[in-house]
Design a protein around this ligand. Structure first.
Ligand code: 26Q
Length: 819
């Protein structure tokens, strides 16, 4: 089959855009606003996407090959126009045409609303995976929720974070296709009634509340392929006010209010990552996604592959992105037993060969457990299935570890009236994986060790990756072009080719060009900072960037304390040689995470202190960029000299920002944590700055206790000074109450364990490494040599490689495209 729309030349494309403007919006190009021009361009691109999508779907149905369903509560996709235009047209045709029409492309592109349907790493990973799956011609659907409000918009007022709702759908979403005719009914609440008939337990769900799930499909294009996969995002709609009895009692208003409450399910993304317990609405969201998706999968299976449901594991893999969509597992049990008439053992046989699970965190507060008192009334049938799974598990474990109560409780799915979602995944998935080598080791040797001993074969390590199309080719086109001018364009599809660039690290001309591009990117960022924050930065200073969610374990605090330390040194001795630095932070804190918000306040207070002090003579500038998002990352990362990846060792499962910075030629200062370990292995010890405790040392706390904290605090006078400045001195002119909470946590801890994230412990090592970096930055030839080696060594971190790993180890999908 041929795609019916192809823009083979610029004249064609230009005409298509002009026609769209007239036919859809009744405007000529001269009279159209940038927003309309954006919409017309997007519609033109959409036309060819959709015809490719139809052809892909037809081909997949005919071929009856295996399909992946990637279930995720988050897809942090960012803007789509540039990405889709690139994928469909290959060349810069799109840019040329718009230039020709006299359109300010960068301004026009900003008119695209940005879907912020994720918190951070986990959601962005899902988006990179969709890009790579499609580029590799693998049949896959990303299933999620169509939140009306994405992650909140962050502002900074008086140095403090403010939150505003992000109503991103305000002016419509060109990329989505509503398919109301394919709606699914999700049932919650009610009671269950069961009786035995012919040796089978028949279960009836009585008086459930019905919520419709309406699918919205968003096409996903790939690089250099005609395949178009899609994401299916569900919206909750109450089927209508149907409770006539309530009506008769004059409960009209309440009935409408209840309808509104049901539709809340797809209203808003929860802004907590790595922590949140016992929120009923979140549980409803998780079941809503799981139930709608699995019901649809079964329907679609019957349509395409026939009625033999025993064949499901051969044709379908359902991947669970962290435990959030775990309820898909008991939901499939429910459908097979209650709706399709399977007995337990047959249903179990199918289910346990269908699901795979990725863990993204070892933080205990993020391992979600649901209290039975919330769970059971909301999902009575699902609860009874989970009980049964647990019962059978406990019988088995009791035989294996008789009397070992502690172990049995730890491994149980239900214990202490809580449902442990991770254990449910471990028991029922045929594959489990961590997201970096170190993280997987910690899972297998520590937090999931008991399960790993039972069945080590199902544990895999699959290191995360990022799509080079978005994170280099589209966001740093100048660098992409420079690379292609030397090694060709194959690296865009075969990331291992990037290593050919290593040879150019020795080439002075290449180094010069590489440095020029970085400078240009820094200039652009500096203009953005000037325009949006009114601060002038030295474009020749080192741009030292930490951009990621705000979390104590990520240790933005360590970075902040280092700035204070440098400030003190400069005040003491203004004539001492100093490498000028611009410290840039970008980070959202969960709205309920007080300490994280205090850290933002501290960073802004330090910025105010340092930026305005004439004695510092512009040697240091501190910038807190508001509202970190995919589009800010796309501008910030290409402009970075030094990437801060300084989490407490053992806590960051992988990190993916670290890879984006490396790819764009930044050097890393990092702890041996998550994927930093593998970055270190790829780039070599000379080209990365590693400091601090290793994860095994953190784990054993390395004789680290209150006495040791006190010893460091008293013996390291510079650190002592910095710590005291949290509660006295010039910062209190800015924030009169100071930062007692932070001070307290560092020196005394929250539960008697001081310095829980080893900020004090690692401070000296960090400062010394930073000094070395300041020195190295002055040797520009050497710096650019190292920077080039970072880009050249990043090939391993392509999400194409990650997806190939998943496919080889877990999914076993066949590549297929339609022409
Ligand atoms: C859980 C329950 C209730 C509400 C929210 C949540 C929730 C939401 C988001 C829990 C966790 C998250 C997000 C976690 C996350 O982003 N983890 C990151 O995943 C990346 C991709 O694997 C890793 O690179 C990061 O190391 C990891 O922190």
């Amino acid at each position: 089959m041929e795609s019916n729309i192809k823009y083979t030349n610029e004249i064609n494309l230009k005409k298509a855009i002009i026609d769209k403007l007239q036919q859809e919006y009744g405007r000529t190009i001269e009279d159209a606003s940038l927003e309309l021009i954006y919409k017309a361009c997007a519609l033109v691109v959409r036309d060819s996407l959709l015809s490719n999508m139809a052809a892909t779907d037809k081909k997949d149905r005919e071929d009856k090959i295996k399909k992946l369903y990637y279930l995720s509560m988050e897809f942090l996709i960012g803007r789509s126009l540039v990405n889709n235009a690139l994928n469909l047209m290959q060349t810069d045709m799109f840019r040329n045409v718009l230039n020709d029409l006299g359109i300010n492309i960068d301004e026009m592109l900003k008119k695209e609303p940005e879907p912020g349907l994720g918190n951070g790493g986990l959601g962005r990973l899902a988006a990179c995976f969709m890009d790579s799956l499609t580029t590799l011609d693998l049949p896959a659907v990303g299933c999620g929720i169509r939140y009306e409000y994405g992650l909140f918009k962050q502002g900074i007022k008086n140095g403090m974070q403010t939150e505003e709702p992000d109503f991103w759908l305000d002016s419509g979403n060109i990329w989505e296709i509503e398919r109301s005719e394919e709606k699914i009914e999700v049932k919650i609440g009610g009671t269950i009634e069961s009786h035995w008939e012919d040796g089978k337990l028949l279960v009836k769900h009585v008086n459930p509340k019905i919520i419709s799930a309406i699918p919205y499909d968003i096409p996903v294009s790939g690089y250099d392929t005609n395949r178009v996969n899609y994401m299916r995002l569900w919206k909750a709609r109450s089927p209508g006010v149907m409770d006539m009895e309530a009506f008769n009692q004059g409960e009209y208003i309440n009935a409408i209010a209840e309808k509104e409450r049901d539709e809340l399910i797809s209203k808003v993304l929860y802004p907590e990552d790595n922590n949140l317990h016992g929120k009923l609405l979140r549980l409803k969201q998780e079941y809503f996604l799981s139930s709608a998706t699995v019901q649809w999968i079964i329907k679609d299976f019957k349509l395409n592959y026939g009625n033999n449901l025993f064949d499901i594991p051969n044709k379908v893999t359902i991947h669970i992105n962290d435990t959030h969509p775990t309820l898909a597992i008991p939901e499939l049990m429910r459908i097979l037993m209650d709706e399709e008439g399977f007995g337990w053992d047959d249903a179990w046989g199918i289910v346990t060969r269908t699901f795979a699970y990725t863990n993204h965190t070892v933080m205990s507060e993020a391992l979600v457990k649901w209290p039975v008192y919330l769970f059971q009334p909301l999902l009575p049938r699902i609860f009874s299935i989970v009980m049964e799974i647990n019962q059978r598990l406990m019988e088995k474990l009791n035989r294996a570890y008789p009397g070992d109560r502690k172990k049995l409780e730890y491994m149980a799915i239900i214990a202490h009236d809580q449902i442990n979602m991770a254990n449910l995944c471990l028991v029922t998935s045929f594959a489990v994986n961590g997201v970096s080598a170190l993280h997987t080791r910690i899972l297998v040797e520590d937090i999931f060790a008991d399960y790993a001993r039972l069945d080590s074969g199902k544990f895999h390590s699959i290191t995360n990756g990022i799509t080079f199309r978005r994170w280099l080719h589209n966001s740093n086109r100048a660098l992409s072009n420079l690379i292609s001018s030397r090694i060709g364009t194959d690296w865009l599809k075969d990331s291992t080719q990037l290593s050919k660039l290593k040879a150019y690290a020795d080439d002075p001309e290449f180094r010069w060009l590489f440095a020029e591009i970085k400078q240009e990117n820094k200039n652009k960022l500096a203009s953005y900072i000037k325009e949006n924050h009114g601060i002038e930065v030295d474009v020749h200073s080192m741009f030292d960037v930490q951009a990621k969610r705000l979390h104590e374990y990520k240790r933005q605090l360590l970075n902040a304390l280092h700035i204070l330390y440098l400030y003190n040194r400069l005040i003491e001795d203004p004539n001492r040689p100093f490498t000028p630095r611009t410290f840039i932070f970008a980070a959202k804190a969960a709205p309920g995470y007080t300490r994280a918000k205090n850290i933002i306040r501290l960073i802004n207070a330090i910025a105010e202190l340092v930026n305005k002090d004439p004695r510092i003579n512009n040697m240091i500038k501190v910038i807190f960029l508001e509202n970190y998002s995919v589009s800010i990352a796309e501008m910030l990362i290409p402009a970075t000299d030094l990437s801060e990846q300084i989490s407490t060792a053992g806590k960051e499962a992988s990190g993916t920002g670290n890879m984006k910075f490396m790819l764009n030629g930044a050097l890393t200062i990092g702890s041996l944590d998550g994927a930093n370990v593998e970055i270190y292995e790829q780039v070599g010890a000379d080209n990365i700055y590693i400091f601090g405790l290793r994860s095994d040392e953190v784990e054993s706390r390395y004789e680290y206790n209150s006495d040791e904290v006190q010893r460091i605090y008293t013996s390291d006078t510079a650190l002592h000074q910095v710590l005291e400045q949290l509660i006295s001195g010039p910062l209190l002119d800015i924030v009169p109450d100071g930062f007692k909470d932070i001070y307290q946590s560092l020196l005394f801890g929250d539960y008697g364990m001081p310095d829980p994230y080893m900020v004090i412990r690692d401070f000296r090592a960090y400062v010394e490494m930073q000094d070395k970096i300041s020195n190295d930055f002055k040797d520009t030839e050497l710096w650019w040599y190292k920077a080039i080696l970072n880009t050249a060594s990043a090939g391993f971190f392509s999400s194409d490689r990650t997806i190939k790993d998943y496919n080889d180890k877990i999914w076993h999908l066949e590549a297929s495209k339609w022409s």
